[in-house]
Ligand binder design. Structure first.
Ligand SMILES: Nc1ncnc2c1ncn2[C@@H]1O[C@H](COP(=O)(O)OP(=O)(O)OP(=O)(O)O)[C@@H](O)[C@H]1O
Ligand SMILES: [Mg+2]
Length: 227
């Protein structure tokens, strides 16, 4: 069974003048558990909108979305919030770390929202080990302002993984990095996802990063292009 199954999903935004702007036009796709998939396409074609729909942060106007066997449109707001906390890790172009928290505290934030709180000492050890595995063992107590751009994104990656989600959604996670850092961040993401069996869906403008995924979905004016 697919982890993600969208069929004929459409989404429009209302423009300030009241006109409707179609952004996704009948998108159907399936992504299997454990796959690493890139989403590419020109600016404004709907990549972030599609990723937000997959992440249940945005709701389609029509079509069907089944995530891990659950019909998303049938879920209550509470169920969706729980589902996101348990199953999905998000990484954005800019790290979105809390400036007042250390690297370690930032990584621990998503664990505070879980209904069944994991053992604090154990989860702290896991967070520290994960940070160490991405080369930040010496920076656990560093605040975001004291870290480099690449280091901040590595903290964001670890934060996305801390609850052991089945799905990692990354929207241009390497967009603000130089080529070397972009390369190593993508490698890190792929490695961590493969080791944990997590599915990775990554929006990117870098053909070299997309080529490292198992598969590439090409979006153009709200439609997926056939391979
Ligand atoms: N909340 C919103 N309200 C109105 N229009 C929106 C909203 N979000 C996105 N749009 C519009 O929908 C279209 C698709 O936006 P989206 O952010 O999905 O594109 P994208 O492919 O991610 O682009 P980029 O590569 O620049 O990030 C754009 O024309 C955008 O202006
Ligand atoms: Mg975008």
């Amino acid at each position: 069974m697919s982890l993600i199954a969208l069929s004929d999903v459409s989404k429009s935004y209302r423009e300030p003048g009241g006109a409707s702007l179609p952004v996704l036009r009948g998108v159907s796709l399936e992504i299997a558990a454990g796959e690493a998939v890139a989403i590419v396409g020109p600016s404004g074609c709907g990549k972030s909108t599609l990723l937000n729909v997959i992440g249940t942060l945005d709701t389609p106007d029509s079509g069907r979305y089944v995530l891990d066997g659950e019909e998303v449109s049938q879920c209550s707001a509470e169920r969706l919030a729980a589902l996101r906390g348990e199953k999905i890790g998000f990484i954005f172009q800019l790290h979105h770390l809390m400036p007042q928290c250390t690297a370690l505290e930032n990584v621990l934030l998503p664990t505070l929202a879980l209904a069944a709180r994991p053992d604090a000492a154990r989860v702290r050890t896991r967070a520290a080990e994960l940070l160490e595995s991405v080369g930040l063992g010496g920076r656990l107590n560093g605040k975001p302002a004291e870290l480099s751009g690449g280091e901040r994104q590595r903290v964001a990656v670890v934060r996305a993984l801390i609850n052991e989600p089945r799905l990692i959604l990354a929207d241009e996670p390497t967009g603000a990095l130089d080529e070397h850092n972009a390369e190593s961040l993508t490698g890190l993401l792929l490695d961590l996802c493969r080791r944990s069996g997590a599915t990775l869906v990554m929006v990117t403008h870098h053909p070299a990063q997309a080529a490292r995924m198992d598969r590439t979905l090409r979006l153009h004016e709200g439609r997926l292009l056939k391979d």
